[in-house]
Design a protein around this ligand. Structure first.
Ligand SMILES: CC(C)=CCNc1ncnc2c1ncn2[C@@H]1O[C@H](COP(=O)(O)O)[C@@H](O)[C@H]1O
Ligand SMILES: [Zn+2]
Length: 385
């Protein structure tokens, strides 16, 4: 490792946007593959290597494979434990992990036992003295529609009250792409005329749009669940404007408003967004979770240097460098900081400030923020001469 990499590795860091199943490392993947050889899944099918780029569609296919490999309580416990330890080795001092509770009839996994398995892994790591404070955000997959979103919020609410502060909020994620009419060959009259929010598939024409695109998992259908979450004290981190064409949804979601935004790639006017959207984000001071490699490899951003981090950072807006899916995108948080620094010419002082300011954006309370700030203060003299 060169001197430069050592600096980023030693830098104390906060990770706020990490999907559990997207964060599974090559080593852990090997273990899972050995547990389930009959699936015939190979390691290179679950990761996007250096220099490779895939469409969003192809990236979301990868998650389907990973989910086949991670389908028991034991698997969830294994991946959560390994992911937490890996972040700790990378000097991440505070981690908010997020994951979508899944039910697997074949293995007896329930959404509740899924969340319990993650929480047990967090508690075990703490007991074992792993030097990292880990919290959990329960994820809503937008594709599953209104009812599942509401169930997920209720589950999160239960665990918020029973987990001793480990469950702090909700993540809204899942494939944000629209389907075109080409995917929709035989709409029924009923489909054309009505949409119910219990149906995850919604015709945009119902929103007064002349477009005949269908939108799967529109945020409008998820608003009641998100409002309930907010009202019961769960924090909200929402994937927003990850692809273009989500302007109407972003407007709606920003009115909640969320506590943090995942990506926000297409919010600003230079990317087809709008000034009122930017003004709203700035007015509410909503931090952006920035995932450089994920956006470049998933082709929603053409190159590192054209990443929207530049726009928001220059505005002085709170931006937190994150990994998104460190396993799938073959990265780690140190590498993401290093990429941000080299792409946007950030000095070591600026990098330090970036990591320190991330502490202000965590969902845990004031006492935890103070503890983390103290840690940063102790480490600083040894790192920045
Ligand atoms: C495909 C791509 C470019 C990924 C990055 N952008 C993403 N956008 C939206 N949802 C995501 C993304 N990455 C992971 N997820 C969500 O996280 C899930 C995997 O982690 P988990 O099973 O919730 O533990 C995926 O099924 C998906 O619902
Ligand atoms: Zn994400």
């Amino acid at each position: 490792m060169d001197d430069d990499s050592v600096f980023y590795k030693k830098l104390p860091k906060v990770e706020l946007h990490a999907h559990l199943n997207g964060s599974v490392s090559a080593q852990t993947m090997e273990k899972l593959i050995q547990r389930k050889p009959h699936l015939n899944i190979e390691r290179n099918m679950t990761a996007i290597g250096k220099g490779q780029r895939r469409t969003l569609d192809e990236c979301f296919e990868v998650f389907k494979l990973i989910h086949k490999l991670v389908d028991t309580e034991e698997d969830i416990h294994t991946v959560a434990t390994d992911v937490i330890k890996e972040f700790a080795v990378d000097n991440v001092k505070y981690l908010e992990l997020r994951s979508t509770p899944r039910e697997e009839k074949g293995t007896g996994l329930t959404k509740k036992s899924y969340v319990e398995a993650v929480i047990k892994a967090i508690q075990q790591c703490k007991y074992d003295g792993v030097d990292i404070d880990v919290r959990f955000l329960v994820a809503i997959d937008r594709r599953n529609g209104t009812e599942v979103a509401m169930e997920t919020v209720k589950l999160a609410e239960e665990f918020m009250l029973s987990s001793g502060g480990l469950v702090l909020g909700i993540d809204l994620s899942g494939d944000p792409k629209m389907l075109t009419t080409a995917d929709w060959e035989h709409p029924t009259t009923q489909e054309l005329q009505f949409w119910r929010c219990s149906d995850p598939v919604v015709s945009l024409s119902q929103f007064g749009s002349s477009s005949s695109l269908r939108y799967v998992g529109h945020g409008r259908c998820l608003l009641p669940a998100l409002e309930r979450a907010r009202n019961c004290g769960l924090k909200l981190s929402l994937h927003m404007s990850e692809v273009s064409s989500q302007l109407e949804e972003s407007e709606l979601l920003l009115n909640l408003p969320p506590d943090r935004i995942g990506h926000g790639t297409f919010l600003h006017p230079e990317m087809g967004g709008s000034q009122p959207l930017v003004d709203q984000v700035v007015k509410h001071n909503i931090p952006l979770e920035i995932c450089l490699t994920s956006n470049v490899k998933g082709k929603t951003v053409p190159s590192y240097s054209q990443h929207h981090f530049r726009y928001w950072y220059q505005l002085g807006h709170p931006c937190v460098i994150c990994t998104d899916d460190k396993g799938v995108f073959c990265t780690d948080l140190s590498q993401e900081y290093q990429l941000a620094a080299s792409t946007f010419s950030l000095s070591p002082d600026a990098v330090w400030e970036l990591s320190e300011r991330a502490v202000d954006c965590i969902f845990a309370g004031e006492a935890v923020k103070q503890q983390l700030k103290q840690k940063w203060t102790e480490i600083k003299p040894g790192l920045l001469k």
